[in-house]
Every structure is written in structure tokens, then in C-alpha cells.
Design a protein around this ligand. Structure first.
Ligand code: ADP
Ligand code: MG
Length: 696
């Protein structure tokens, strides 16, 4: 049984170790270390190479080195700051040890002729090479033997390397005494020729002499690879198991529909579905016709037409007599969806209700009654939809737009609005954040993934340029010129602060500035702090061509659809993620006119920022942009909330280790069948408490 195994010595809290009191335990908690096992999986960040005692003559500035020599002279130098200088030689060269903090007795201990062994970073000093505050061993008779590779751990305030080394020494001794069970499937161990767990952990914490630093730090070192595979497998299992539990324990209503509403809807559209939209719609329909709750993620670049796919799913649900909830991350986007769905569905006789956190009490009460009583078939809203007092009469489908903005737990909360514990709604999740396949396979292992990999015909590519904000006036002039030719423009203000108020203020200031500089233009303003009616009016005026330049915060990232707008200026684009910039830029290039996007950056840019803006200039393909962003920044930001909490990896790296993901995925599915107890134990070993959080 998995439970018996977990009650091993290694599962004990760190306070079971010698020298760990409440204070120390708290510091360890900051590093995510709760149990002895966690400590063992807290691996060194790097190693200091102390394998060889180096000759002074071969030292180079910038390297960390272990060396030794005989003291030639030790003196206190006075000046702006007094310091102790100790001159060492070994016959091949000279080295100065520098101490800014020293005890007077140290000068005597470092008397001429004393043998000294030291370690530290070699630097170029005023009198040749020097080491500032080296680690010292005084009076040792040097046998020329090094100290091997010394682990350096990720640490936190108040916890030093030697404490961490002492603690891992203890934990390693426990490990040797209470060997944990082998949980990796034989097939994986054979395929990758992996060493055992004890050997791997011990090698990484206390590498034996004879291992080279380069080999040890490489991701394909067998000891490291073993742990990477274990961790990837554990995470994969966690997500698969969540999915499994959900699909096994709960049934969803069979929503086959009768095709009456969906047919009327597609017939009424001014366009035909793209092949990709039609394919994803078929995949969705097949899922909804099953008793197993649908868990499907639809990925599609900005403008690929995800909303239509959601509408078809909603109509199919309505045809089967059930309700649909459509949830969007911002008021603005939710409102846009509400308008769209109302315009599309009400002519078909389907009642659509709006629910947000900012409604008047009476209006809100009526909306809640309509949902609970079943008078309304489709509800559109923000996260207000999953608050406790919201009840549905018979919820059959939940659509979540732009899922990366929501936490996993929020999505799960909405799922629980099914009419009983064992009846779950189907879930359709939409995202415009394209995630490369290998990453999606791991990050969304609990979901089926559909991709809308085609844009509707007639879209023109957006020309993108990066311009320093020292040329802001020029940019303003060209905006004026474009508007003079009948085009419309967005001017997007970005702030790092999350605060709505500050963002709104920045946008208002910019609008005023533009109006003063360009009095002939009609300037509009939209931000998250405007009253819904004012926001609506500003949007409508822009859409109707009554406004030339719409100054906005990033609220327009999702939502607005104005084909005549063909120019976008984004201030301080270096503050935003590439995916977000790509989304913003997707607001232009929707009509037939050639469109452009000006990235008005603040110089100087870091190398990373420069590389990222270059990606945006070179590519208009969301998947390609995501892939490059991933290379530049790693998966953290791309996955948003997924990367926090339950999704923090200790040793594995989804990008670097992508070749391991497919075999791990196969092994995970087999393991859930063949060795479920091992699967649980492995989840507990690597994911622990976080797994419970994920399950909600
Ligand atoms: P997104 O995938 O970014 O959510 P939307 O659903 O907002 O995209 O669609 C973007 C625009 O494309 C909308 O104006 C929508 O009406 C239009 N559209 C959607 N599907 C098609 C299609 N097959 N042909 C032409 N236009 C389409
Ligand atoms: Mg959309």
C-alpha cells in the first residue's frame, strides 16, 4: 500500500533532524522544504570545483579556485578603509589575500613562512591577482589533495551553505538507513539506463572524486536524468490522475443536440467556418455527446475565431435542454462576449443573461433568479459566475475564455456548479496563448487539446517596428498623418503596476497629452476604471469611426474588433510578455488595409528585451512567437498561473528536457494501470502537498 510506504523515515518533518528548531524549519519552509525527503530533493544549484589544488601561476581572474602557498608578508594597509593584506607565493607566482574585516590577531596567525590553503574568487587587484575574503585553512601541511566538488544550494535569508550541507549530510545518512522503494517503472530505467534513487541523490549532493564538474552539471548525467524523469513523471501522473478521477467519479449530461439551433446559427453567419473551426467543432461535439465530462482546451491564435466555436457548443447544450456558462477574465471581454452572444442567440430564441461583479443589486438579483430558475439558457460573465450564491438550474457546459488568466482552482470551482456532486458540466477552455506541443503535453496533461491552426481568409499581416521613445514626437506626427488619411489608431499605455487606478491615470494623462499636441484629432479613452456605460460609449464611438485615436490600457488586449483600425502604438512594450503583445497587436490587421504596429520602447533595452522585440518584428505567428519566447524566457510566464504552486519543478525543465516528455507520458498512462500504488507514492514524493491543492 502506498500509505504504508509514505510513513517512512524520509516522510518525517525536517524538525526530526538534529539542529532544526522552529526558526530553522521556517527558513526551510521558505525553500519549499517540509520533510526530510524534500531536503534530499533540494539539489545543489552548482558546485565549486575544489578537486585540485591549483598553482598560483595558473590562476586566471574571474575563476573560483582552491590554491595554496607560503606567506611572504602580512601587513595592515591603512587608507580610506584599513585592510589586512597577506602576500602568498608558491614558486609559480604571487597572490594577495585581502581582508576588510579582520581581527588584529590574524596578522600574527598569518606570519611569514606559514602554509596557507585558500578558496575564493580570483580577481585582478592593484598589485596583481587577489582574493577578497577567501575561505582559509592555516598551517595545514598541504598534501596536494583537493576537496572535491563542493555543493552550493539554493538558499534563503538566514540559512547558510554550511547549515544546508550539515542538514543534507544527516538526510543522506537517513536515506542510506531507510532506503526508499524504487518507484520508476523498469521500462524507463532500462531505456535510459538510470541508476537507483539512492545512488542518484547521493551523487548529486556529494559527488565522489573523479566526476568532472562539466559532466555532473549536464542534464544528461545519469544521476540528474534519473531525478528529472522521476519529477516529470510525478507531475504528469498528478494531472492524469486528476483527470481520471474527474471522469470516473462524475458523469456529465449527454448533450447530443438536434442540430436545429446550430444549423440556424451557421446559416445566419456572414461567413463560412474555416476548416479548422469545423474540425474543432466536431471534436467538441463528440466530447459533449459522451457521459464522460469533456475537458477540452482549444488553442487558437488571436483572431482565429474561437468565439464562434464556443457559440456552437453553447447552442448544442441549449438544444439538449441544459444551460451554458461563459466566463471571461475581464469585464470588457465579458461584455463583448455578452453583446456577441446576445446578437447571435436571441434571434434564435435563446435567452442570454449578463452577470458581473459590478451590477446594481436589483439587476443582479433578477439575473440570479433567471439562472436558478432555468429561465435563461446562456449566462455570460466574469469570475462573478463562480461565486457561491450563483446557482444554475441545470448547468451542462462551462466555457472559459482566455484560461491563462484564471487559476486552475477557479476553473474547478465553476465545475462544481453542476447540479449534484456526481454530475459535472462539460468544460471547454479557450486560449490564445499558443503553447508549443511538448509543453502543452505536460502542462495540460489533464486536458484534451484542439488547435485552430488557421485564420479566416482576408487578414493582412501587421508590419511591426520598434522605435525608442526619444522619437515619440515623430510617432505622434505619423499617427496624425494616418488619421488624416481616414485610418484609425490605438495608443496603448502599459504600466508594471497591477493597480487599475494607476493604469487608468496613465492612460488619461496620455490622452490629454495627445489631444494637446494633435488638436485636429478626435481622441477617445478607455480603461478599466470607467463606468460600463462610458466604456461602452467610448468603444462604440471608436467602432463607428467617430474617434480617430483610442487611448487605452491593456484592457483592449482582448475584446475590441474594429476593422478600420490599422495602426497601433504600444508604449513600453518591454514591460509586457510576448504573448500579450501579440494579443494586443491582433487588434489591428483585421480589415483589408495594410496595418502597422509601433513598439515605442524605453532605451536602453536589456539583451533579452531586445531579442524579444525582435521576435515580434520578425513573426506574426502566435505559435512561433510562443516557441521563441519559451527559448528566451523559459516556460514560467507562458503558462501563467499553471507555473505557480502545484506546478513548480525542482529539477526538470520543460524546454530543455522536452525529449523526455513523450516517453514519460507513455509511462505515466501505463503506470496508472499497472502500478497505481507506486504512482501515488511517486506523486507524494515529488508533488506532496501541492497535489492536494491542485485537486481542490
Ligand atoms: P479569437 O479567436 O481571437 O477569439 P474571435 O472569435 O474574436 O477570435 O474572431 C475574430 C473575428 O473573426 C470576429 O470578428 C469574427 O466574427 C471573425 N470570424 C470568425 N470566424 C470567421 C470565419 N470563419 N471567417 C471570417 N471571419 C470570421
Ligand atoms: Mg477571443
Amino acid at each position: 500500500m502506498a500509505a504504508d510506504r509514505d510513513v517512512s523515515a524520509l516522510a518525517q518533518p525536517v524538525t526530526a533532524l538534529r539542529g532544526v528548531g522552529a526558526r530553522q524549519a521556517e527558513r526551510l519552509t521558505n525553500l519549499g522544504i517540509h520533510s526530510v525527503q524534500d531536503l534530499l530533493l533540494h539539489l545543489p544549484l552548482r558546485y565549486e570545483d575544489r578537486t585540485r589544488v591549483r598553482r598560483i601561476g595558473e590562476l586566471r581572474p574571474g575563476e573560483q579556485a582552491l590554491t595554496s602557498g607560503t606567506v611572504e608578508l602580512t601587513e595592515v594597509a591603512t587608507g580610506r578603509r584599513s585592510r589586512l593584506l597577506c602576500r602568498l607565493t608558491d614558486g609559480t607566482g604571487g597572490l594577495t589575500l585581502v581582508f576588510f574585516h579582520f581581527h588584529p590577531s590574524q596578522q600574527k596567525r598569518l606570519a611569514r613562512g606559514t602554509r596557507v590553503r585558500c578558496f575564493g574568487e580570483v580577481r585582478e587587484g592593484p598589485a596583481g591577482l587577489q582574493i577578497i575574503h577567501p575561505e582559509l585553512e592555516i598551517g595545514v601541511d598541504d598534501d596536494g589533495q583537493g576537496d572535491g566538488l563542493l555543493p552550493v544550494y539554493p538558499t534563503t535569508q538566514g540559512l547558510n551553505q554550511s547549515s544546508l550541507r550539515r542538514l543534507t549530510d544527516q538526510a543522506l545518512a537517513w536515506l542510506a538507513q531507510a532506503p526508499p522503494p524504487e518507484l520508476l517503472p523498469e521500462s524507463l530505467r532500462r531505456q535510459w539506463q538510470l541508476p537507483g534513487l539512492i545512488e542518484s541523490v547521493t551523487t548529486l549532493h556529494r559527488p565522489s572524486s573523479g566526476i568532472s564538474l562539466g559532466a555532473l552539471e549536464a542534464p544528461d548525467h545519469p544521476a540528474r536524468r534519473r531525478l528529472i524523469i522521476e519529477e516529470l513523471l510525478a507531475h504528469h501522473l498528478t494531472l492524469r490522475l486528476q483527470r481520471h478521477t474527474l471522469r470516473e467519479q462524475a458523469a456529465a449530461p449527454v448533450l447530443r443536440g438536434n442540430g436545429r439551433l446550430t444549423a440556424a446559427f451557421t446559416d445566419g453567419l456572414p461567413f463560412t467556418l474555416t476548416a479548422a473551426q469545423a474540425r474543432v467543432d466536431r471534436e467538441t461535439a463528440a466530447d459533449m455527446a459522451s457521459r464522460a465530462p469533456m475537458l477540452r482546451l482549444v488553442q487558437g491564435d488571436v483572431g482565429s475565431g474561437k468565439t464562434v466555436v464556443a457559440a456552437l457548443a453553447a447552442l448544442r447544450c441549449v438544444e439538449s435542454g441544459m444551460q451554458t456558462a461563459i466566463m471571461a477574465p475581464t469585464e470588457l471581454l465579458a461584455e463583448q462576449h455578452y453583446r456577441n452572444f446576445r446578437d447571435w442567440l436571441e434571434p434564435l430564441g435563446v435567452a442570454v443573461t449578463w452577470l458581473s461583479g459590478r451590477m446594481a443589486a436589483g439587476e443582479r438579483r433578477r439575473a440570479l433568479e433567471a439562472l436558478a430558475g432555468g429561465d435563461t439558457q446562456v449566462a455570460v460573465g466574469t469570475h462573478a459566475l463562480f461565486q457561491d450564491e450563483v446557482e444554475f438550474r441545470r448547468l451542462g457546459l462551462v466555457v472559459v475564455d482566455e484560461q491563462h488568466r484564471f487559476g486552475v482552482h477557479q476553473r474547478l470551482a465553476l465545475r462544481e456548479k453542476g447540479h449534484s456532486e456526481r454530475a459535472q458540466p462539460h468544460q471547454l477552455i479557450m486560449t490564445a496563448t499558443p503553447i508549443p506541443r511538448t509543453l502543452a503535453m505536460t502542462a495540460y496533461a489533464d486536458l484534451d487539446v484542439s488547435v485552430i491552426d488557421e485564420l479566416p481568409p482576408g487578414r493582412s499581416p501587421v508590419t511591426t517596428v520598434a522605435v525608442p521613445d526619444s522619437r515619440r514626437n515623430e510617432v505622434m506626427t505619423s499617427v496624425a498623418k494616418a488619421c488624416g488619411e481616414g485610418r484609425q489608431a490605438y495608443w496603448v499605455c502599459t504600466l508594471i503596476e497591477e493597480s487599475d487606478a494607476l493604469q487608468a491615470q496613465a492612460a488619461a494623462d496620455t490622452a490629454e497629452e495627445l489631444q494637446a499636441a494633435l488638436p485636429e484629432l478626435r481622441i477617445g479613452l478607455v480603461h478599466g476604471r470607467l463606468r460600463a456605460a462610458d466604456k461602452d460609449a467610448a468603444m462604440k464611438a471608436f467602432a463607428a469611426g467617430e474617434v480617430d485615436v483610442l487611448v487605452a490600457t491593456t484592457v483592449i488586449e482582448v475584446g475590441v474588433d474594429v476593422p478600420n483600425a490599422s495602426l497601433m502604438v504600444i508604449e513600453n512594450p518591454e514591460r509586457l510578455g510576448l504573448a500579450q503583445l501579440h494579443q494586443l497587436r491582433g487588434r489591428v490587421g483585421r480589415g483589408a488595409a495594410a496595418s502597422s504596429c509601433v513598439l515605442l520602447y524605453h532605451a536602453p533595452l536589456s539583451d533579452t528585451a531586445r531579442a524579444r522585440l525582435a521576435v515580434l518584428r520578425e513573426s506574426g505567428d502566435g505559435f512561433e512567437i510562443a516557441r521563441r519566447d519559451l527559448e528566451i524566457r523559459g516556460p514560467g510566464e507562458l503558462l501563467g498561473t499553471r507555473q505557480t504552486g502545484a506546478w513548480q519543478l525542482k529539477v526538470a525543465d520543460l524546454v530543455r528536457d522536452s525529449e523526455l516528455i513523450a516517453p514519460v507520458q507513455q509511462a505515466a498512462d501505463r503506470m496508472l494501470w499497472e502500478a497505481p500504488a507506486d504512482a501515488h507514492a511517486l506523486i507524494h514524493r515529488w508533488v506532496g502537498e501541492a497535489a492536494r491543492y491542485g485537486r481542490v
